[in-house]
Design a protein around this ligand. Structure first.
Ligand code: WT7
Length: 663
C-alpha cells in the first residue's frame, strides 16, 4: 500500500468513526420496491387489513374470508378460509408466467462445481420427488425430517413436501446424531431424507454415519431416502428401508403431481429451536401466514425483484434459510444462490469471488461473518468487482457499529443501504429493521418496527420506557408470520411467550421474545441480546441447559454451569464451569471427554471455548447459581457485587483458573 492510499484510508476511517447516521443512497431509492413514506401510517390505519398486501403477493386457490381471527388469542389465525399451496406459489405460477427458463437456484459446491436449476427444472424435480415421497407412503400431514447440508436437494425436498401437504422438519446438518433423534422422536417423524456426505474445507464429511447413528436412537420405524452427494469419494450402503434419491427421481421422472390445496392455517413446517429448558421447541409455521410474510418482507426489506440474483449466505438448516433462501425469494420468482461450504475455502475471498462471478445484487449474512471478514482484512474483497451489489443485510445478532461501517465501506462501497434485521425462528420473518429506501440507518441499531408491527421496549411492568432507555422488547399485536404454537405443546407456547406481559384476563396479548432492547427518541430499537438462558454463538441459538445436561452426562462430572462470554468473531462463546466428582481429576482427558459429550449431544457449534474446572460454583444464599458473575469472568470484565453470595471466596479462584487457561 502506498503512503497516500494509507492516508486516504485513515481519513475515511476517521470520518466514518464519527458519523452515526447514514441516508439511503439516491441510486438505491430510485429503484426501490417500497418508497412511499406513508406506508407506516397506512398500515396503522388499515390494520389488520394492511396484511392483505402481503397475501396479495401469493396466488390463492381459494380466497380467504377473514384476515385475522383472534377469538382464541393468542392462538391467532390468519387468512382463514383461504387455500393455497406453497410449492405452486414458488414454482408453477412462475413457470406459467413465462419464467420457465429463469434460474431459480444457482448452486456452487465447495470444490467449485456448479449447478443451475431453472424454474422449469426445479418444478420437474420437485414433482418427481413429490411422487417418490407419495410412493414411499408419505401422506398429507405426515412430518418428513430433512437432515441435509447445503445442496439443492434440500430445497427440492422442502418444496416436494409442501406440494403434497407433508410438513417438513429440517434438522441442521451440523447437529449431532442425538439431536436428530431427539427431533425425530418429538415430531414422531417416520420419514427421513439425508445424504452420504458433503464437503467442508475440501474434506469429504461422512454425514450418513451420523444419520445412521441418529436413527438407532429413534423409537419407531423410519423410511429413509439418501442423496448421493459424494459419489465415489465416499461409498455408502443402503439398508432395507433406505432408498436412493436419484433412483427414485429417475423412476418418477415426468410424473405430474398436482399441488394439494392447503388451508391457510395448515402447517407448512416445523422448526426445532433452543429454549430455556433442555427440550428443543417445535415451532409451528403455517402455509398462508408464514408464506405471505416471508414473501412480503423479502419484497419490502430485501428489495428483491425477479430479475435479481440474490444471495443469503445462511444455512437452510436455520429459519433464515427457510424464509430467505427458499420460501421468500422463490415465492417472488427471483434467482436464489446457494453455496455449500465455508467462506475461507480455498481462500478468504471465496464469497467475493462468488458475488463477482454471479453478479449478485443483494447479499444477506450474519454479523459474525462480517466480523470475520473484517479480521481477515480488506485485501480479499478488494480482489473482486463487487459493483453488482445494491443492498446488504445482516441478521442473527447485534452488529457493532465498527463492523457495520466496515461492511458498508468495504463490501457496499458506500453505495448500498444495510438492513439490520431483528427477528427470530418464532416470528417467521423480519420484525424490526429500517426499510432500505426510507429509513436513515444508524449503525448498531436495527431500526423501527416494520409497518404493521407493534414492537415496543417496556419495563418490568410492561410500561413503555422513554426514549434513551433500556428495557425488554415486546410485540403487542399479532402478525401473519408468527408461530402458531409449539408442536403438541400449547401450554409451553403460552408459558414461554405470552404469560410474561399479557394482562391476566386475556384482553390483551403481548408476545415476549426474551430479548433486552433500548429505544431512542426516533423510535429506533437497539437489540441488547437475550435475557433468558439462551446463547447466541456465531448467530446460532443454543440453550445453556442443553449444553449443561450434555456435560453433566459425562462420567465423572458432578455439576456444570454454562454461560456466554464475549468473543471477537463469534459474538458469544460457550464457557463451561465444571465441578468433577470426588476422586476425579479435572485434567486434559476430562476436558476432551466433556467437549466430546457436547459435540455428541448437540454438535460442534456448541463446543465449549473453555472448560474451567472449579471446586465450587458461585451461589446465592438461596442456592441459585450466579450466572452473571460467571459471564463477567468469561468476558474478562470487572466483577460486580458479590456480597449476596453464599461463597464469595470461590469467585477469585474461578477467575484465577480462567486466566490460567487463557495463557
Ligand atoms: C435471536 C433469535 C432471525 C434468524 C436468525 C436467528 C437474536 C436476531 C438480530 C439482530 C440483534 C438479533 C435475538 C433473537 N437476533 N436478529 N438483527 N440484532 N439480535 O434466529 O435462532 O431464532 O435467534 O437472535 O436475540 O432473539 P434465532
Amino acid at each position: 500500500m502506498t503512503e497516500q492510499s494509507g492516508d486516504a484510508d485513515g481519513e475515511l476511517e476517521a470520518r466514518l468513526a464519527e458519523q452515526d447516521s447514514f441516508d439511503p443512497p439516491e441510486s438505491f431509492v430510485e429503484q426501490a420496491n417500497v418508497t412511499d413514506e406513508g406506508i407506516y401510517e397506512a398500515f396503522e390505519e388499515e390494520w389488520p387489513e394492511c396484511w392483505e398486501r402481503a397475501a396479495a403477493l401469493l396466488s390463492w386457490d381459494e380466497e380467504y374470508e377473514t384476515v385475522l381471527e383472534d377469538e382464541d388469542a393468542p392462538f391467532y389465525r390468519w387468512f382463514t378460509g383461504g387455500k393455497l399451496n406453497a410449492s405452486a406459489n414458488c414454482l408453477d405460477r412462475h413457470v406459467e408466467n413465462g419464467a420457465r427458463n429463469r434460474a431459480a437456484i444457482k448452486w456452487e459446491g465447495e470444490l467449485g462445481e456448479t449447478r443451475t436449476y431453472t424454474y422449469g427444472d426445479l418444478l420437474n424435480e420437485v414433482e418427481a420427488f413429490a411422487a417418490s415421497l407419495r410412493a414411499l407412503g408419505v401422506e398429507e400431514d405426515d412430518i418428513v425430517t430433512l437432515y441435509l447440508p447445503m445442496i439443492p436437494e434440500l430445497p427440492i425436498a422442502m418444496l416436494a413436501c409442501a406440494r403434497i401437504g407433508a410438513p417438513h422438519s429440517v434438522v441442521f446438518a451440523g447437529f449431532s446424531a442425538d439431536a436428530l433423534a431427539t427431533r425425530m422422536n418429538a415430531a414422531e417423524s417416520e420419514y427421513l431424507v439425508t445424504c452420504d456426505g458433503y464437503y467442508r474445507r475440501g474434506d469429504a464429511l461422512n454425514h450418513k454415519q451420523k444419520a445412521d447413528k441418529g436413527l438407532r436412537g429413534v423409537d419407531h420405524d423410519v423410511t429413509t431416502v439418501v442423496v448421493d452427494r459424494l459419489g465415489d469419494e465416499l461409498r455408502h450402503f443402503l439398508g432395507a428401508s433406505a432408498h436412493d434419491y436419484a433412483d427414485l427421481v429417475a423412476e418418477h421422472e415426468g410424473e405430474s403431481v398436482a399441488p394439494v390445496a392447503r388451508d391457510a392455517e395448515d402447517m407448512l413446517f416445523l422448526m426445532y429451536t433452543s429454549g430455556t429448558t433442555g427440550q428443543p421447541k417445535g415451532v409451528k409455521h403455517t402455509t398462508g401466514g408464514y408464506l405471505s410474510y416471508a414473501a412480503w418482507t423479502t419484497h419490502a426489506v430485501l428489495d428483491v425483484e425477479p430479475e435479481d440474483t440474490y444471495w443469503c449466505a445462511a444455512d437452510i438448516g436455520w429459519i433464515t434459510g427457510h424464509s430467505y433462501i427458499v420460501y421468500g425469494p422463490l415465492a417472488l420468482g427471483t434467482t436464489t444462490m446457494m453455496y455449500e461450504g465455508t467462506p475461507d475455502y480455498p481462500d478468504r475471498d471465496r464469497l467475493w469471488k462468488l458475488v463477482e462471478k454471479n453478479g449478485v445484487d443483494i447479499f444477506y449474512t450474519a454479523p459474525t461473518a462480517v466480523r470475520a471478514f473484517m479480521k481477515w482484512g480488506t485485501e480479499y474483497p478488494e480482489r473482486h468487482d463487487l459493483s453488482s451489489l445494491r443492498l446488504l443485510g445482516t441478521v442473527g445478532e447485534p452488529i457493532n457499529p465498527r463492523a457495520w461501517k466496515w461492511y458498508y465501506t468495504h463490501i457496499g462501497d458506500e453505495s448500498c443501504p444495510i438492513v439490520d434485521t431483528w427477528w427470530q425462528t418464532e416470528t417467521g420473518g423480519m420484525m424490526v429493521t429500517t426499510l432500505p429506501a426510507l429509513g436513515t440507518m444508524k449503525p448498531g441499531s436495527a431500526g423501527p418496527p416494520l409497518p404493521g408491527i407493534d414492537a415496543r421496549v417496556v419495563d418490568v411492568s410492561g410500561e413503555e420506557v422513554e426514549g434513551g432507555n433500556a428495557g425488554y422488547l415486546t410485540v403487542n399485536r399479532p402478525w401473519p408470520g408468527m408461530l402458531r404454537t409449539l408442536y403438541q405443546n400449547d401450554e409451553r407456547f403460552l408459558e414461554e411467550y405470552w404469560r410474561e406481559y399479557s394482562d391476566e384476563d386475556g384482553d390483551e396479548w403481548v408476545y415476549f421474545p426474551e430479548d433486552g432492547a433500548k429505544i431512542d427518541d426516533d423510535g429506533y430499537i437497539t437489540i441488547l441480546g437475550r435475557v433468558d438462558d439462551v446463547l447466541n454463538v456465531s448467530g446460532h441459538r443454543l440453550g445453556t441447559m442443553e449444553i449443561e445436561s450434555a456435560i453433566v452426562g459425562t462420567a465423572g462430572v458432578a455439576e456444570a454451569a454454562v454461560v456466554g462470554g464475549d468473543h471477537e468473531v463469534k459474538g458469544e462463546a460457550v464457557y463451561a464451569y465444571v465441578i468433577v466428582e470426588d476422586g476425579q481429576e479435572g485434567d486434559e482427558t476430562m476436558r476432551e471427554r466433556i467437549v466430546e459429550s457436547v459435540e455428541d449431544a448437540i454438535g460442534p457449534i456448541a463446543r465449549p471455548e473453555e472448560v474451567v474446572f472449579t471446586p465450587e460454583l458461585p451461589k446465592t444464599r438461596s442456592g441459585k447459581i450466579m450466572r452473571r458473575l460467571l459471564e463477567d469472568i468469561a468476558s474478562g470484565e470487572e466483577l460486580g457485587d458479590t456480597s449476596t453470595l453464599r461463597n464469595p471466596e470461590v469467585v477469585e479462584d474461578i477467575a484465577a483458573s480462567v486466566e490460567q487457561t487463557d495463557e
